[in-house]
Design a protein around this ligand. Structure first.
Ligand code: DQA
Length: 147
């Protein structure tokens, strides 16, 4: 694998991190998460393309684009985790390693959050670690890509 880039995908409502239900999602903003991910990736010689959208098709297009110039995908599909066969299929189609992140522990929340379509495609899943989950995802992918 010659590509040294990770795609970081954040789904709907995550643009509001920092002010959105801080009791559930904490006070770290998306900009802070993206900066930390970029910093950590750089330490492994990887750069980051960060995409956040509230629109399913935009997320799917970004996943498709990764096929040509990315080596792995870190994704928090947010509510689309629980609804989107299309995002799961897009991830399946690009055949890149996938790390799925949830800030909250979706398994300890409402029943409808317990199932993620993306988890069936993901190589690793982290839930409930807050922003640290994104760091774990980058470490995981960096480790895989160095093998
Ligand atoms: C989330 C969990 C989802 O259930 C929710 O819809 C989100 C964020 C998380 O990061 O904990 O928007 O993916």
């Amino acid at each position: 694998m010659t590509e040294r880039r990770l795609l970081l995908v954040n789904g709907p409502n995550l643009n509001l991190l920092g002010t959105r239900q801080p009791e559930v999602y904490g006070s770290t903003t998306l900009a802070q998460i993206e900066a930390r991910v970029a910093e950590l990736a750089a330490a492994s010689g990887l750069d980051i393309r960060a995409v956040q959208s509230n629109h399913e098709g935009v997320l799917i297009d970004a996943i498709h684009d990764a096929r040509t110039d990315c080596a792995g995908i870190v994704i928090n599909p947010a509510a689309y985790s629980h609804t989107s066969v299309a995002i799961a299929d897009a991830l399946r189609s690009v055949e890149l390693p996938v790390a799925e992140v949830h800030l909250s522990n979706i398994h300890a929340r409402e029943e409808f959050r317990h199932h993620s379509y993306v988890s069936a495609v993901a190589d690793m899943v982290v839930a409930g670690a807050g922003p640290l989950g994104y760091e774990m995802a980058v470490q995981y992918l960096a480790g895989r890509l160095s093998q």
